[in-house]
Design a protein around this ligand. Structure first.
Ligand SMILES: Nc1ncnc2c1ncn2[C@@H]1O[C@H](COP(=O)(O)OP(=O)(O)O)[C@@H](O)[C@H]1O
Ligand SMILES: O=C(O)C1=C[C@@H](OP(=O)(O)O)[C@@H](O)[C@H](O)C1
Ligand SMILES: [Mg+2]
Length: 165
């Protein structure tokens, strides 16, 4: 089991798919399961019910996905905001895909499907979350300057080192 955290655009979904293929395990993405359960896209959940309702559903989905099945699990960028959701990650290997705010905006700035991007304090959110991701993580990788395949390889190397030590 490997869980991926990091800001919007860090490549959690992209790198997660590659990691899962390499390991021969299923890839799962909390955002996809949230959309399936709600029967609506994330943008619509935020618009109709607001962020707190989204976070409640996110918490339940992540709790269900940490069911012991060996898989690679990509989380949404805000999953670590709530302490009770962070608690769910205590006993699993977590990789933090770290990117700068500028690189995040280059990749996903203006994406209508990510409602948190239109918040006026999104830069501050990026700065605040950095520490939270790092604290939740077993390993941290630079995810802003190399291709997804190289990031997947770095994660496997770092996690193997962390396990050995
Ligand atoms: N290492 C990378 N280098 C360049 N572009 C990337 C990289 N990782 C992801 N991307 C691109 O950035 C965008 C966001 O990736 P995504 O995997 O959806 O991020 P997240 O799930 O962390 O929000 C996509 O267009 C993806 O192709
Ligand atoms: O950062 C956030 O609060 C969010 C990130 C999104 O996932 P990605 O990080 O995969 O874009 C998605 O869960 C939702 O739009 C909220
Ligand atoms: Mg994603």
């Amino acid at each position: 089991m490997i869980v991926l955290v990091g800001f919007m655009g860090a490549g959690k979904t992209t790198v997660g798919r590659i990691l899962a293929r390499r390991l021969g395990v299923p890839f799962r993405d909390s955002d996809v399961v949230i959309e399936q359960r709600a029967g609506r896209p994330i943008r619509q959940i935020f618009a109709e019910e607001g962020e707190p309702a989204f976070r409640d559903l996110e918490h339940k989905v992540i709790a269900d996905l940490l069911d012991g099945t060996d898989s690679v699990l990509a989380l949404g960028g805000g999953a670590v905001q709530r302490a009770d959701t962070r608690d769910l990650l205590k006993d699993v290997p977590v990789a933090y895909l770290r990117i700068s705010y500028a690189e995040a905006m280059r990749r996903v700035g203006g994406d209508q499907g990510r409602p948190m991007l239109v918040r006026p304090d999104v830069a501050q959110l990026h700065a605040e979350r950095d520490l939270v991701y790092a604290e939740a993580a077993t390993v941290t990788v630079d995810a802003g300057t190399s291709p997804p395949e190289a990031i997947a390889r770095d994660i496997l190397t770092l996690l193997a080192d962390a396990e050995a030590s």
